[in-house]
Structures are given as C-alpha cells and as structure tokens.
Design a protein around this ligand. Structure first.
Ligand SMILES: [Fe+2]
Ligand SMILES: [Fe+2]
Length: 172
C-alpha cells in the first residue's frame, strides 16, 4: 500500500505528463498549420509518448493499491511565433519535468519507499535523453536560421519519427 505522500506526487505526475501531451499537441497543431509537417509529426509523437508516460504511472498507482487523484489539466500555451520558440519551450518544459521527477525520487527516498524510487528512476533516466534531444533541436534550428533549404531538410528528417510504446516490454 502506498503512503499518501507518494500517491499524491505520483497522481500529480500523471497530470503533468498529460499536460505535457497537451502542450506538445498545441505545438504540433501550430507547426502543422505553419507548413512544417515533419516538425508537427515529431511533436505529435512526443505527445503520444507523454500520454504513455502518464498512463503507466496511473496503472502503477492502481497496481500498488492506491486511488489516483484527479485534477484539471491546465491549458497550455496555444500561440507560437516560430519553430525556434517551440523548441525553446520544449527544452524549458523538459527541464521543468526533470525537476518534478527528481522531487518524486527525493520523496520516495525520504519515505523509504524503494519500489517507488526504483519505478521513478526509469523516468529520471529518460529525462537525460529528453533534454538532450530538445537541446539538439534548438541548437540546430538556431544554426539554420532562415536558410529555407536547411529548414526543409530538418523538417524532412523529423517526419521520420514513429511512435513506439516505451513500456511495450515491461510490466508495471
Ligand atoms: Fe514524460
Ligand atoms: Fe517529456
């Protein structure tokens, strides 16, 4: 049975992951309408991953005998000025998520809940890649500037991303 302090932060993280999905969806819609179909695809896949992250925590809560708590999902930013802004916000958001996950790991350690600590480590480790990828895309888009041929190449590259369920081979 989970302590309330643990089920609370895990429930909040389900909400944060669903919020992330919603944020990436607003970005994806912006990119699509701006003609960057590849960027839109990359962000859509990103949103799908975030949904999978949230759902996996939700399932974990039930498996540990806890009742998930629910709350409103905040409305994310819906207007963007450029693809550069989208990637800058992506990096800032992923850095924020890393802080949330580190906090869960700290709470789990404090409560001596090794199972939750072990569970959340996957997420903490995943953030290394999340931040690195966002940082790489932001750097690329800044280097590209307004070179439309290079922008087109990057968009084509990002069109290739496909969603794979990160938990396909895992049990909760
Ligand atoms: Fe996530
Ligand atoms: Fe993420």
């Amino acid at each position: 049975m989970l302590k309330t302090s643990i089920s609370t932060v895990l429930s909040e993280q389900v909400n944060a992951e669903y919020y992330s999905a919603y944020l990436y969806l607003t970005m994806s819609a912006y990119a699509d309408r701006a003609g960057f179909k590849g960027v839109a695809n990359w962000l859509f896949v990103q949103a799908q991953e975030e949904l999978a992250h949230g759902t996996h925590i939700y399932q974990h809560l039930l498996e540990r005998g806890a009742m998930p708590t629910f709350a409103d999902i905040k409305l994310p930013q819906t207007e963007f000025k450029s693809i550069e802004e989208v990637f800058a916000k992506t990096l800032a958001h992923e850095q924020h998520v890393t802080e949330l996950l580190n906090n869960i790991a700290s709470v789990a350690m404090r409560e001596n809940d090794h199972a939750t600590y072990n569970f959340i480590l996957w997420y903490v480790n995943e953030q290394i890649e999340e931040e690195a990828t966002a940082d790489e895309l932001l750097t690329k888009i800044r280097l590209i500037g307004d070179n439309s041929a290079l922008l087109y190449n990057l968009d084509t590259e990002l069109a290739a991303r496909v969603f794979t369920d990160p938990f396909a081979n895992k049990t909760a």
